[in-house]
Write a protein that binds this ligand. Structure first.
Ligand code: ADP
Length: 482
Protein backbone atom coordinates (compact mmCIF):
# COMPACT_ATOMS: atom_id res chain seq x y z
CA UNK A 1 0.00 0.00 0.00
CA UNK A 2 1.25 3.45 -0.89
CA UNK A 3 1.66 5.90 1.97
CA UNK A 4 -0.55 8.99 2.12
CA UNK A 5 2.55 11.09 1.53
CA UNK A 6 3.42 9.29 -1.71
CA UNK A 7 -0.19 9.54 -2.84
CA UNK A 8 -0.34 13.30 -2.22
CA UNK A 9 3.06 13.84 -3.91
CA UNK A 10 2.09 11.75 -6.93
CA UNK A 11 -1.23 13.54 -7.35
CA UNK A 12 0.46 16.94 -7.18
CA UNK A 13 3.25 15.98 -9.59
CA UNK A 14 0.84 14.56 -12.18
CA UNK A 15 -1.38 17.62 -11.85
CA UNK A 16 1.55 20.05 -12.10
CA UNK A 17 3.09 18.30 -15.12
CA UNK A 18 -0.29 18.44 -16.84
CA UNK A 19 -0.87 22.14 -16.08
CA UNK A 20 2.70 23.12 -16.97
CA UNK A 21 2.60 21.19 -20.27
CA UNK A 22 -0.70 22.73 -21.32
CA UNK A 23 0.49 26.21 -20.37
CA UNK A 24 3.82 25.66 -22.15
CA UNK A 25 2.18 24.52 -25.38
CA UNK A 26 -0.30 27.42 -25.39
CA UNK A 27 2.40 29.95 -24.53
CA UNK A 28 4.87 28.79 -27.17
CA UNK A 29 2.13 28.69 -29.81
CA UNK A 30 1.02 32.23 -28.94
CA UNK A 31 4.59 33.57 -28.97
CA UNK A 32 5.36 31.91 -32.27
CA UNK A 33 2.23 33.37 -33.73
CA UNK A 34 3.14 36.83 -32.45
CA UNK A 35 6.64 36.73 -33.92
CA UNK A 36 5.39 35.43 -37.21
CA UNK A 37 2.76 38.14 -37.42
CA UNK A 38 5.40 40.75 -36.66
CA UNK A 39 7.65 39.36 -39.38
CA UNK A 40 4.80 39.42 -41.87
CA UNK A 41 3.99 43.01 -40.92
CA UNK A 42 7.58 44.11 -41.40
CA UNK A 43 7.77 42.30 -44.75
CA UNK A 44 4.58 43.99 -45.87
CA UNK A 45 6.18 47.32 -44.98
CA UNK A 46 9.25 46.32 -47.01
CA UNK A 47 7.08 45.69 -50.06
CA UNK A 48 5.61 49.17 -49.61
CA UNK A 49 9.11 50.64 -49.32
CA UNK A 50 10.14 48.90 -52.56
CA UNK A 51 6.96 50.14 -54.27
CA UNK A 52 7.88 53.67 -53.15
CA UNK A 53 11.41 53.11 -54.40
CA UNK A 54 10.07 52.03 -57.80
CA UNK A 55 7.96 55.16 -57.97
CA UNK A 56 10.81 57.40 -57.00
CA UNK A 57 13.13 55.70 -59.52
CA UNK A 58 10.56 56.20 -62.24
CA UNK A 59 10.22 59.89 -61.37
CA UNK A 60 13.93 60.31 -61.67
CA UNK A 61 13.80 58.37 -64.99
CA UNK A 62 16.47 55.98 -63.76
CA UNK A 63 17.62 53.25 -66.10
CA UNK A 64 16.64 49.66 -65.40
CA UNK A 65 20.30 48.85 -64.69
CA UNK A 66 20.53 51.53 -62.01
CA UNK A 67 17.25 50.41 -60.41
CA UNK A 68 18.28 46.76 -60.40
CA UNK A 69 21.62 47.51 -58.77
CA UNK A 70 19.79 49.50 -56.09
CA UNK A 71 17.36 46.59 -55.53
CA UNK A 72 20.34 44.19 -55.33
CA UNK A 73 21.89 46.34 -52.60
CA UNK A 74 18.62 46.41 -50.59
CA UNK A 75 18.17 42.65 -51.01
CA UNK A 76 21.63 41.74 -49.80
CA UNK A 77 21.55 44.32 -46.97
CA UNK A 78 18.12 43.00 -45.78
CA UNK A 79 19.19 39.39 -46.34
CA UNK A 80 16.15 38.90 -48.51
CA UNK A 81 15.19 38.02 -51.97
CA UNK A 82 13.26 40.52 -54.06
CA UNK A 83 11.22 39.41 -57.05
CA UNK A 84 9.25 41.57 -59.47
CA UNK A 85 6.48 39.81 -61.38
CA UNK A 86 4.27 41.04 -64.20
CA UNK A 87 0.49 40.68 -64.34
CA UNK A 88 0.69 37.38 -66.22
CA UNK A 89 3.10 35.81 -63.72
CA UNK A 90 6.33 36.27 -65.68
CA UNK A 91 9.31 37.10 -63.45
CA UNK A 92 10.78 40.47 -64.50
CA UNK A 93 13.50 40.69 -61.91
CA UNK A 94 14.86 38.43 -59.15
CA UNK A 95 17.65 39.48 -56.82
CA UNK A 96 18.76 35.86 -56.55
CA UNK A 97 18.73 35.05 -60.28
CA UNK A 98 20.83 36.75 -62.94
CA UNK A 99 18.73 38.48 -65.63
CA UNK A 100 20.03 36.14 -68.26
CA UNK A 101 18.46 33.15 -66.50
CA UNK A 102 15.08 34.82 -65.90
CA UNK A 103 13.43 33.22 -69.00
CA UNK A 104 14.16 29.77 -67.53
CA UNK A 105 12.04 30.49 -64.43
CA UNK A 106 8.58 29.04 -64.05
CA UNK A 107 5.56 31.25 -64.44
CA UNK A 108 4.72 32.63 -60.93
CA UNK A 109 1.01 33.27 -61.38
CA UNK A 110 0.17 30.10 -59.45
CA UNK A 111 2.23 30.90 -56.39
CA UNK A 112 -0.17 31.08 -53.38
CA UNK A 113 1.09 34.53 -52.24
CA UNK A 114 0.67 35.86 -55.81
CA UNK A 115 -2.85 34.49 -56.09
CA UNK A 116 -3.72 36.04 -52.71
CA UNK A 117 -2.15 39.38 -53.68
CA UNK A 118 -4.09 39.45 -56.93
CA UNK A 119 -7.28 38.93 -54.96
CA UNK A 120 -6.80 41.21 -51.97
CA UNK A 121 -3.73 43.37 -52.53
CA UNK A 122 -1.26 41.43 -50.38
CA UNK A 123 -0.54 37.74 -49.80
CA UNK A 124 1.75 35.61 -47.70
CA UNK A 125 2.87 31.99 -47.72
CA UNK A 126 5.42 29.79 -45.93
CA UNK A 127 7.07 27.08 -47.99
CA UNK A 128 9.97 24.80 -47.72
CA UNK A 129 12.68 25.59 -50.21
CA UNK A 130 14.56 22.58 -51.45
CA UNK A 131 17.41 24.60 -52.93
CA UNK A 132 18.34 26.22 -49.60
CA UNK A 133 16.91 23.52 -47.29
CA UNK A 134 14.92 26.01 -45.15
CA UNK A 135 11.44 27.29 -44.59
CA UNK A 136 10.91 30.52 -46.48
CA UNK A 137 8.25 33.12 -45.95
CA UNK A 138 6.95 34.90 -49.02
CA UNK A 139 5.03 38.17 -49.00
CA UNK A 140 3.64 39.54 -52.27
CA UNK A 141 2.04 42.88 -52.97
CA UNK A 142 -0.05 43.89 -55.90
CA UNK A 143 0.90 47.42 -57.04
CA UNK A 144 -1.84 50.00 -57.39
CA UNK A 145 -2.29 51.69 -60.75
CA UNK A 146 -0.33 54.74 -59.55
CA UNK A 147 2.63 52.53 -58.61
CA UNK A 148 2.56 50.23 -61.64
CA UNK A 149 4.67 50.31 -64.91
CA UNK A 150 7.40 52.26 -63.25
CA UNK A 151 11.10 51.75 -63.16
CA UNK A 152 11.23 50.59 -66.72
CA UNK A 153 9.49 47.27 -66.07
CA UNK A 154 6.79 46.41 -68.58
CA UNK A 155 3.42 45.38 -67.01
CA UNK A 156 4.97 45.20 -63.55
CA UNK A 157 2.20 44.03 -61.18
CA UNK A 158 3.68 42.29 -58.11
CA UNK A 159 6.54 42.96 -55.73
CA UNK A 160 7.50 39.86 -53.77
CA UNK A 161 9.92 39.52 -50.88
CA UNK A 162 11.05 36.33 -49.28
CA UNK A 163 13.21 35.70 -46.21
CA UNK A 164 14.32 32.61 -44.39
CA UNK A 165 12.29 31.73 -41.30
CA UNK A 166 15.47 30.94 -39.35
CA UNK A 167 15.16 34.00 -37.14
CA UNK A 168 11.69 33.13 -35.87
CA UNK A 169 12.76 29.50 -35.50
CA UNK A 170 15.82 30.52 -33.50
CA UNK A 171 13.81 32.77 -31.18
CA UNK A 172 11.24 30.02 -30.74
CA UNK A 173 13.91 27.50 -29.92
CA UNK A 174 15.26 29.81 -27.22
CA UNK A 175 11.81 30.53 -25.81
CA UNK A 176 10.92 26.83 -25.70
CA UNK A 177 14.17 26.09 -23.95
CA UNK A 178 13.38 28.75 -21.34
CA UNK A 179 9.84 27.42 -20.90
CA UNK A 180 11.23 23.94 -20.24
CA UNK A 181 13.75 25.38 -17.75
CA UNK A 182 11.05 27.33 -15.87
CA UNK A 183 8.81 24.23 -15.91
CA UNK A 184 11.49 22.11 -14.32
CA UNK A 185 12.11 24.81 -11.74
CA UNK A 186 8.37 25.07 -10.93
CA UNK A 187 8.13 21.28 -10.72
CA UNK A 188 11.01 21.10 -8.26
CA UNK A 189 9.37 23.90 -6.24
CA UNK A 190 6.06 22.04 -6.26
CA UNK A 191 7.85 18.90 -5.09
CA UNK A 192 9.49 20.72 -2.20
CA UNK A 193 6.25 22.43 -1.14
CA UNK A 194 4.27 19.18 -1.45
CA UNK A 195 6.83 17.33 0.64
CA UNK A 196 6.55 20.01 3.30
CA UNK A 197 2.73 20.02 3.28
CA UNK A 198 2.40 16.25 3.20
CA UNK A 199 4.85 15.87 6.06
CA UNK A 200 2.83 18.38 8.07
CA UNK A 201 -0.35 16.47 7.25
CA UNK A 202 0.94 12.97 7.83
CA UNK A 203 3.04 13.55 10.94
CA UNK A 204 0.01 13.91 13.26
CA UNK A 205 -1.60 10.93 11.51
CA UNK A 206 1.47 8.83 12.25
CA UNK A 207 1.35 10.03 15.85
CA UNK A 208 -2.33 9.08 16.04
CA UNK A 209 -1.61 5.62 14.61
CA UNK A 210 1.18 5.12 17.17
CA UNK A 211 -1.12 6.26 19.96
CA UNK A 212 -3.93 3.91 18.87
CA UNK A 213 -1.36 1.11 18.88
CA UNK A 214 -0.49 2.04 22.47
CA UNK A 215 -4.20 2.06 23.39
CA UNK A 216 -4.55 -1.39 21.80
CA UNK A 217 -1.66 -2.56 23.97
CA UNK A 218 -3.51 -1.25 27.03
CA UNK A 219 -1.43 1.86 27.66
CA UNK A 220 -3.90 4.68 28.32
CA UNK A 221 -1.55 7.15 30.00
CA UNK A 222 -0.29 8.90 26.87
CA UNK A 223 -1.72 12.10 25.44
CA UNK A 224 -1.66 13.26 21.83
CA UNK A 225 -0.45 16.82 21.17
CA UNK A 226 -3.27 18.93 19.69
CA UNK A 227 -1.46 21.44 17.47
CA UNK A 228 -4.18 22.59 15.10
CA UNK A 229 -7.88 23.29 15.22
CA UNK A 230 -8.64 21.51 11.93
CA UNK A 231 -10.04 17.99 11.41
CA UNK A 232 -6.76 16.37 12.45
CA UNK A 233 -6.61 18.47 15.62
CA UNK A 234 -10.21 17.51 16.37
CA UNK A 235 -9.40 13.85 15.82
CA UNK A 236 -6.43 14.10 18.19
CA UNK A 237 -8.48 15.76 20.93
CA UNK A 238 -11.32 13.26 20.42
CA UNK A 239 -8.84 10.41 20.84
CA UNK A 240 -7.56 12.08 24.02
CA UNK A 241 -11.12 12.36 25.31
CA UNK A 242 -11.73 8.74 24.35
CA UNK A 243 -8.67 7.51 26.28
CA UNK A 244 -9.76 9.53 29.32
CA UNK A 245 -13.21 7.95 29.11
CA UNK A 246 -11.74 4.48 28.60
CA UNK A 247 -9.47 5.02 31.57
CA UNK A 248 -12.40 6.04 33.75
CA UNK A 249 -14.51 3.15 32.47
CA UNK A 250 -11.74 0.65 33.15
CA UNK A 251 -11.28 2.06 36.65
CA UNK A 252 -15.02 1.77 37.21
CA UNK A 253 -14.99 -1.82 35.92
CA UNK A 254 -12.10 -2.70 38.19
CA UNK A 255 -13.95 -1.18 41.12
CA UNK A 256 -17.09 -3.12 40.23
CA UNK A 257 -15.02 -6.26 39.95
CA UNK A 258 -13.58 -5.62 43.41
CA UNK A 259 -17.05 -4.98 44.85
CA UNK A 260 -18.33 -8.14 43.18
CA UNK A 261 -15.65 -10.41 44.56
CA UNK A 262 -15.99 -8.76 47.96
CA UNK A 263 -19.73 -9.43 47.78
CA UNK A 264 -19.10 -13.04 46.77
CA UNK A 265 -16.75 -13.44 49.75
CA UNK A 266 -19.38 -11.95 52.06
CA UNK A 267 -22.09 -14.21 50.67
CA UNK A 268 -20.02 -17.37 51.14
CA UNK A 269 -19.21 -16.26 54.65
CA UNK A 270 -22.85 -15.53 55.47
CA UNK A 271 -23.98 -18.87 54.09
CA UNK A 272 -21.37 -20.82 55.92
CA UNK A 273 -22.61 -20.04 59.46
CA UNK A 274 -26.22 -21.30 59.15
CA UNK A 275 -25.18 -24.28 56.98
CA UNK A 276 -22.48 -25.21 59.48
CA UNK A 277 -24.91 -25.00 62.42
CA UNK A 278 -27.62 -26.89 60.51
CA UNK A 279 -25.15 -29.64 59.67
CA UNK A 280 -23.99 -29.79 63.31
CA UNK A 281 -27.49 -30.25 64.75
CA UNK A 282 -28.42 -32.83 62.11
CA UNK A 283 -25.21 -34.78 62.78
CA UNK A 284 -25.82 -34.75 66.55
CA UNK A 285 -29.35 -36.01 65.93
CA UNK A 286 -28.11 -38.74 63.58
CA UNK A 287 -25.47 -39.81 66.07
CA UNK A 288 -28.18 -40.75 68.53
CA UNK A 289 -29.66 -37.56 69.98
CA UNK A 290 -32.79 -38.27 67.95
CA UNK A 291 -33.63 -41.03 70.39
CA UNK A 292 -33.08 -38.82 73.43
CA UNK A 293 -36.48 -37.28 74.19
CA UNK A 294 -34.82 -34.69 76.46
CA UNK A 295 -32.98 -32.93 73.54
CA UNK A 296 -34.30 -34.21 70.21
CA UNK A 297 -37.11 -31.65 69.86
CA UNK A 298 -34.81 -28.81 70.87
CA UNK A 299 -32.20 -29.83 68.25
CA UNK A 300 -34.78 -30.17 65.50
CA UNK A 301 -36.13 -26.71 66.39
CA UNK A 302 -32.61 -25.27 66.22
CA UNK A 303 -31.97 -26.93 62.84
CA UNK A 304 -35.26 -25.46 61.65
CA UNK A 305 -34.25 -22.02 62.92
CA UNK A 306 -31.01 -22.13 60.88
CA UNK A 307 -32.82 -23.43 57.79
CA UNK A 308 -35.13 -20.42 58.23
CA UNK A 309 -32.14 -18.06 58.40
CA UNK A 310 -30.81 -19.59 55.20
CA UNK A 311 -34.17 -19.05 53.58
CA UNK A 312 -34.19 -15.37 54.61
CA UNK A 313 -30.65 -14.86 53.45
CA UNK A 314 -31.32 -16.42 50.06
CA UNK A 315 -34.52 -14.37 49.56
CA UNK A 316 -32.62 -11.17 50.35
CA UNK A 317 -29.73 -12.21 48.10
CA UNK A 318 -32.05 -12.99 45.21
CA UNK A 319 -33.81 -9.67 45.74
CA UNK A 320 -30.65 -7.58 45.85
CA UNK A 321 -29.02 -9.29 42.89
CA UNK A 322 -32.17 -8.80 40.84
CA UNK A 323 -32.21 -5.12 41.77
CA UNK A 324 -28.50 -4.58 41.10
CA UNK A 325 -28.38 -6.48 37.83
CA UNK A 326 -31.22 -4.30 36.58
CA UNK A 327 -33.33 -7.39 35.99
CA UNK A 328 -36.03 -6.14 38.30
CA UNK A 329 -38.47 -3.91 36.45
CA UNK A 330 -40.40 -1.42 38.50
CA UNK A 331 -44.04 -0.95 37.64
CA UNK A 332 -45.25 2.45 38.72
CA UNK A 333 -48.92 2.99 39.47
CA UNK A 334 -50.98 5.39 41.56
CA UNK A 335 -52.17 3.89 44.84
CA UNK A 336 -53.57 5.07 48.17
CA UNK A 337 -50.69 5.39 50.63
CA UNK A 338 -53.06 5.37 53.68
CA UNK A 339 -54.46 1.91 53.07
CA UNK A 340 -51.01 0.79 51.89
CA UNK A 341 -49.46 1.65 55.27
CA UNK A 342 -52.35 0.13 57.21
CA UNK A 343 -51.68 -3.10 55.31
CA UNK A 344 -47.91 -2.87 56.07
CA UNK A 345 -48.61 -2.41 59.78
CA UNK A 346 -51.00 -5.34 59.77
CA UNK A 347 -48.37 -7.57 58.14
CA UNK A 348 -45.96 -6.79 61.01
CA UNK A 349 -48.59 -6.96 63.75
CA UNK A 350 -47.78 -10.55 64.75
CA UNK A 351 -44.04 -9.86 65.01
CA UNK A 352 -44.64 -6.80 67.23
CA UNK A 353 -47.28 -8.53 69.32
CA UNK A 354 -44.72 -11.24 70.09
CA UNK A 355 -42.61 -8.57 71.83
CA UNK A 356 -45.56 -6.68 73.20
CA UNK A 357 -44.64 -3.67 71.09
CA UNK A 358 -47.19 -1.04 70.11
CA UNK A 359 -47.54 -0.12 66.44
CA UNK A 360 -49.01 3.35 65.98
CA UNK A 361 -50.00 4.82 62.60
CA UNK A 362 -50.65 8.54 62.07
CA UNK A 363 -52.30 8.99 58.69
CA UNK A 364 -54.43 11.81 57.22
CA UNK A 365 -58.16 11.22 56.75
CA UNK A 366 -59.28 9.78 53.45
CA UNK A 367 -57.14 8.68 50.55
CA UNK A 368 -53.75 10.09 49.57
CA UNK A 369 -52.66 8.89 46.15
CA UNK A 370 -48.94 8.44 45.41
CA UNK A 371 -47.00 7.06 42.44
CA UNK A 372 -44.82 4.00 42.89
CA UNK A 373 -44.30 0.26 42.74
CA UNK A 374 -46.56 -0.87 45.57
CA UNK A 375 -45.08 -4.37 46.02
CA UNK A 376 -41.47 -3.13 46.18
CA UNK A 377 -42.42 -0.30 48.55
CA UNK A 378 -44.20 -2.82 50.74
CA UNK A 379 -40.94 -4.78 50.94
CA UNK A 380 -39.01 -1.61 51.87
CA UNK A 381 -41.45 -0.44 54.53
CA UNK A 382 -41.65 -4.06 55.83
CA UNK A 383 -37.85 -4.17 56.21
CA UNK A 384 -37.77 -0.89 58.17
CA UNK A 385 -40.61 -1.91 60.52
CA UNK A 386 -39.00 -5.35 60.88
CA UNK A 387 -35.70 -3.71 61.96
CA UNK A 388 -37.51 -1.38 64.40
CA UNK A 389 -39.19 -4.33 65.99
CA UNK A 390 -36.06 -6.51 65.97
CA UNK A 391 -33.71 -4.00 67.58
CA UNK A 392 -36.15 -2.29 69.98
CA UNK A 393 -36.88 -3.76 73.38
CA UNK A 394 -40.16 -5.36 74.36
CA UNK A 395 -43.02 -3.04 75.37
CA UNK A 396 -41.64 -0.20 73.19
CA UNK A 397 -43.58 1.68 70.53
CA UNK A 398 -43.10 1.93 66.77
CA UNK A 399 -44.70 4.89 64.98
CA UNK A 400 -45.52 5.24 61.31
CA UNK A 401 -46.23 8.84 60.21
CA UNK A 402 -47.52 10.14 56.90
CA UNK A 403 -47.22 13.84 56.18
CA UNK A 404 -49.12 15.05 53.14
CA UNK A 405 -47.20 17.82 51.38
CA UNK A 406 -47.99 19.70 48.14
CA UNK A 407 -46.06 17.61 45.61
CA UNK A 408 -45.19 14.58 47.67
CA UNK A 409 -45.86 12.58 50.80
CA UNK A 410 -43.28 11.99 53.55
CA UNK A 411 -43.34 8.63 55.30
CA UNK A 412 -41.35 8.15 58.51
CA UNK A 413 -40.99 5.08 60.68
CA UNK A 414 -39.62 5.73 64.18
CA UNK A 415 -38.83 3.57 67.15
CA UNK A 416 -37.59 4.21 70.68
CA UNK A 417 -35.00 1.47 70.55
CA UNK A 418 -31.25 1.58 71.27
CA UNK A 419 -30.40 4.04 68.48
CA UNK A 420 -27.33 3.92 66.20
CA UNK A 421 -24.02 5.60 66.96
CA UNK A 422 -23.20 8.46 64.56
CA UNK A 423 -20.08 6.76 63.12
CA UNK A 424 -22.20 3.81 61.92
CA UNK A 425 -25.05 5.86 60.49
CA UNK A 426 -23.55 6.54 57.04
CA UNK A 427 -22.71 2.84 56.55
CA UNK A 428 -25.85 1.00 57.62
CA UNK A 429 -27.18 1.00 54.02
CA UNK A 430 -24.14 -0.93 52.74
CA UNK A 431 -24.58 -4.59 51.97
CA UNK A 432 -23.76 -6.84 54.95
CA UNK A 433 -22.97 -3.89 57.20
CA UNK A 434 -24.11 -4.43 60.75
CA UNK A 435 -23.49 -2.32 63.83
CA UNK A 436 -23.42 -5.39 66.01
CA UNK A 437 -22.89 -8.62 64.06
CA UNK A 438 -23.92 -11.03 66.80
CA UNK A 439 -27.00 -9.10 67.76
CA UNK A 440 -28.07 -8.93 64.12
CA UNK A 441 -27.62 -12.68 63.69
CA UNK A 442 -29.43 -13.36 66.92
CA UNK A 443 -32.47 -11.45 65.73
CA UNK A 444 -32.31 -13.15 62.31
CA UNK A 445 -30.81 -10.26 60.32
CA UNK A 446 -29.07 -10.80 57.00
CA UNK A 447 -27.30 -7.45 56.72
CA UNK A 448 -29.08 -6.82 53.42
CA UNK A 449 -32.38 -5.33 54.59
CA UNK A 450 -31.44 -1.64 54.44
CA UNK A 451 -29.39 -2.07 51.22
CA UNK A 452 -32.60 -3.35 49.58
CA UNK A 453 -34.58 -0.43 51.08
CA UNK A 454 -32.08 2.08 49.69
CA UNK A 455 -32.21 0.59 46.18
CA UNK A 456 -36.00 0.60 46.11
CA UNK A 457 -36.36 4.19 47.36
CA UNK A 458 -33.71 5.41 44.91
CA UNK A 459 -35.48 3.64 42.06
CA UNK A 460 -38.44 5.87 42.96
CA UNK A 461 -36.25 8.95 42.53
CA UNK A 462 -36.16 9.49 46.30
CA UNK A 463 -33.61 9.33 49.09
CA UNK A 464 -33.80 7.39 52.32
CA UNK A 465 -32.68 9.37 55.34
CA UNK A 466 -32.04 8.30 58.88
CA UNK A 467 -31.73 10.14 62.17
CA UNK A 468 -30.84 8.42 65.39
CA UNK A 469 -29.89 9.14 68.95
CA UNK A 470 -28.25 6.49 71.07
CA UNK A 471 -30.58 5.44 73.89
CA UNK A 472 -33.53 7.31 72.44
CA UNK A 473 -34.39 5.74 69.14
CA UNK A 474 -34.10 5.77 65.38
CA UNK A 475 -36.22 7.28 62.63
CA UNK A 476 -36.14 6.44 58.90
CA UNK A 477 -37.97 8.61 56.37
CA UNK A 478 -38.44 9.02 52.64
CA UNK A 479 -40.68 10.88 50.17
CA UNK A 480 -43.04 9.55 47.52
CA UNK A 481 -44.28 11.58 44.56
CA UNK A 482 -47.99 12.34 44.45
P1 ADP B 1 -29.83 -6.55 59.41
O1 ADP B 1 -30.34 -7.67 58.63
O2 ADP B 1 -28.57 -6.86 60.14
O3 ADP B 1 -30.84 -5.86 60.25
P2 ADP B 1 -29.99 -4.16 57.85
O4 ADP B 1 -29.37 -3.78 56.57
O5 ADP B 1 -31.47 -4.21 57.88
O6 ADP B 1 -29.34 -5.51 58.28
O7 ADP B 1 -29.51 -3.13 58.92
C1 ADP B 1 -28.15 -2.86 59.07
C2 ADP B 1 -27.77 -2.60 60.51
O8 ADP B 1 -28.31 -1.33 60.89
C3 ADP B 1 -28.29 -3.57 61.46
O9 ADP B 1 -27.41 -4.64 61.60
C4 ADP B 1 -28.39 -2.77 62.73
O10 ADP B 1 -27.14 -2.78 63.38
C5 ADP B 1 -28.65 -1.38 62.26
N1 ADP B 1 -30.09 -1.02 62.38
C6 ADP B 1 -31.01 -1.05 61.41
N2 ADP B 1 -32.21 -0.63 61.86
C7 ADP B 1 -32.05 -0.29 63.14
C8 ADP B 1 -32.93 0.23 64.15
N3 ADP B 1 -34.21 0.51 63.91
N4 ADP B 1 -32.37 0.49 65.36
C9 ADP B 1 -31.09 0.21 65.62
N5 ADP B 1 -30.24 -0.29 64.71
C10 ADP B 1 -30.70 -0.54 63.49
Amino acid sequence: MRSVRTQITLAFVVFSVLVISILGVILSYEIENYYFERLLASLRTETKVIAALLKESSLRSESRMELESRLNVIASAGMMRITLIDSSGVVLYDSAVPDSLLPTLENHSNRPEVIAARKSGTGANVRYSKSIDHDLVYVARSLSSSERSRGGFQNLQFVRISVELTEVNRIMYEIRFKIVLVSIFVLVLVLIVVQFISRRLTKPLTEIADMVKEIKAGNLDQKLPVRTRDEIGRLASLINEMTDKLKADIEQLKKLERVRSEFLGNVSHELRTPIFSLKGFLETLLEGAIDDPAVNKKFIEKAYHHANRLDHLLSDLIEISRIESGEMKMSFRYFDVVSFLQQAVQDSADQCAAKNQRLVVHVPDGEVMVLGDKDRLMLAVGNIIDNASKYSPAESAITVDVIDREQFVTISISDNGPGIEPEHLPRIFERFYRVDKNRSRDVGGTGLGLAIVKHIIEAHGGKISVSSEVGKGTSFSFDLKK
